[in-house]
Design a protein around this ligand. Structure first.
Ligand SMILES: [Zn+2]
Length: 325
């Protein structure tokens, strides 16, 4: 019988294959998952186990593309509960402000600088989109550079906050008629029941020469973390399993999964010039930062295998050809 608050995914959300192998499976209210959920949500708001009775946590690896994903995801009612109650909006806003360190703001600023350098002067003001904008900090950074900022967000409290700060809020359904030279999609695809569909929508609203920045948690060492099984490990710890936390991070990507899914959406990693990468990277505040900012663009240009990727549309005629798996 179908669960009242959970939705089952019978196919891989990145490639639609049915073949999969279970990596980890247990009841959502059994150890160690129940303790993981209590430890995660109690400090942020509350945890209501009654929504999860008889629910399962089943983490699988797609037999075709290798994506790690959860079979059972939250339906609309439970998602609303999680984002407006389990994560208390007032507490969440305070936590978000504290996590917006100077380094985090510098990364946002560099991304906006990249957009402005690439497209500035061709459209005034430059119109940018943050898909899954949360509290709107990236949009506010773009507005500080004179951009016209649009944002998509499902949480009512975050939408109200964004509107109050001058951000144009649009629904995902309205994106089809809009074009943007730069789209930001930061820590969003891991949350979505249908991430490939979202990528297709975003690919469709990229204007000529447009860039889509995608970043997601990196699942590179997931099997080692699962084997160590420290479900209460703190965020940032080498043992942390937050990249596959139940109900929220329902898709877990490695670089190749992300690039493969993007290919199915008609996207490829963008070929940024070293000039573009340097213009948006140099930070000489300390010798260490200068060395880092001089070497990072070389890594991004020639070596990167991580899950922070700039995408552009593939040329017409090659779209839909499938791409690497
Ligand atoms: Zn797949």
């Amino acid at each position: 019988m179908a669960h009242r608050y959970l939705v089952e995914r019978s196919r891989c959300p990145a490639c639609a294959a049915e073949a999969r192998e279970t990596l980890f499976s247990c009841g959502l209210l059994e150890a160690p998952i129940r303790e993981h959920l209590e430890a995660l949500y109690a400090p942020q708001g509350c945890f209501e186990p009654e929504y999860l009775e008889d629910g399962r946590y089943e983490l699988v690896e797609c037999g075709a593309c290798g994506l790690y994903y959860q079979v059972h995801v939250a339906g609309g009612e439970l998602l609303g509960r999680i984002y407006e109650r389990w994560i208390d909006p007032v507490k969440a806003f305070g936590l978000r402000q504290r996590s917006l360190t100077l380094d985090a703001r510098m990364i946002q600023a560099r991304e906006v600088v990249l957009a402005v350098q690439r497209h500035g002067g061709t459209e005034a003001p430059l119109r940018v989109l943050d898909y899954g904008m949360g509290w709107g900090s990236w949009c506010q950074m773009a507005m500080a550079f004179g951009c016209e900022a649009y944002g998509v967000e499902s949480s009512p409290s975050r939408v109200a906050h964004a509107r109050a700060h001058g951000i144009t809020v649009v629904t995902a359904e309205k994106l089809g008629g809009l074009r943007f030279p730069f789209v930001n999609c930061d820590q969003v695809l891991e949350h979505l029941t249908e991430p490939l569909e979202a990528l297709r929508v975003l690919a469709g609203c990229l204007g000529p020469g447009g860039l889509l920045k995608v970043s997601v948690p990196d699942g590179e060492d997931l099997c080692g973390r699962l084997a160590r099984g420290r479900w209460l490990a703190a965020e940032g710890s080498p043992d942390s399993l937050l990249a596959v936390t139940p109900l929220q991070h329902v898709n877990c990507f490695r670089h190749e999964n992300l690039v493969g899914m993007a290919a199915r959406a008609g996207l490829r990693p963008a070929k940024l010039t070293l000039g573009e990468l340097y213009a948006s990277s140099v930070d000489g505040a300390t010798p260490g930062r200068l060395v880092d900012s001089l070497t990072r663009p070389l890594g991004r240009r020639f070596l990167t295998r991580d899950t922070y990727v700039f995408f552009e549309r593939r040329r017409a005629g090659r779209e839909g050809s499938g791409g690497p798996r």
